[in-house]
Design a protein around this ligand. Structure first.
Ligand code: ZN
Length: 200
């Protein structure tokens, strides 16, 4: 990369922070933006800046939104009697695509992983407790990924609410062990939802 000027080198380096983008792709992106699409590059810059400034977390479910409370939590056609706990915003998107769920969500932004310093506080579990109380939630659907850490997280949340009269269910059928929700097709995911099992 030494043939590039310092500013280009810096740009290429910055682009490699994106998932799945190695030095070669980053070079191609930088060249494309500088040589062929400076207008597009300016738009990208403006959009990125606006998103960084305005997109935050929903006060109720932690999902990404530019409102204090997100459009799902404020949708009158949906009910907070069911709260589906997922690891990432991409999981919310995947479940929404199935059109088979009309409750609320809670986004953990990760899973319990003591080795990486991710504990209950990092996952906002006190906010989950508050959401469950505020929404007089009747069922928590644990839709964390069926990985070792995802299962441990589901188990932890199940214990958190062990003393309450609330149904806790875990999505089950069709989601492959070790798989990630966002990569499961809609039909399988809808089936996994319908086949969830009460775990408390
Ligand atoms: Zn929300």
């Amino acid at each position: 990369m030494s043939q590039f000027s310092p500013l280009i080198r810096k740009l290429v380096e910055s682009l490699t922070i994106l998932p799945g983008v190695g030095p070669k792709s980053a070079q191609r992106m930088a060249m494309h933006l500088l040589e062929r699409d400076r207008k597009g590059a300016a738009r990208l810059l403006a959009d990125l800046q606006a998103a960084l400034e305005k997109v935050g977390h929903c006060e109720s479910c932690r999902n990404l939104t530019e409102q204090p409370v997100c459009s799902i939590c404020t949708d009158e056609k949906r009910s907070g009697k069911q709260i589906c706990v997922v690891e990432n915003p991409a999981d919310v998107h995947a479940i929404e695509q199935t059109n088979s769920y009309h409750g609320h969500y809670f986004v953990l932004f990760g899973r319990l992983s003591p080795i990486d310093g991710i504990g209950p506080a990092e996952l906002g579990l006190e906010l989950l407790r508050k959401a469950v109380a505020d929404k007089t939630c009747e069922e928590i659907i644990l839709a964390t990924n069926p990985t070792v850490e995802g299962e441990a997280t589901a188990q932890f949340i199940r214990q958190m609410f062990a003393k309450q009269t609330i149904t806790i269910s875990r999505i089950a059928h069709g989601v492959p062990l070790g798989g990630e929700l966002e990569f499961v097709d809609g039909g399988t995911l809808a089936h996994a939802f319908a086949g969830r099992k009460q775990v408390n």
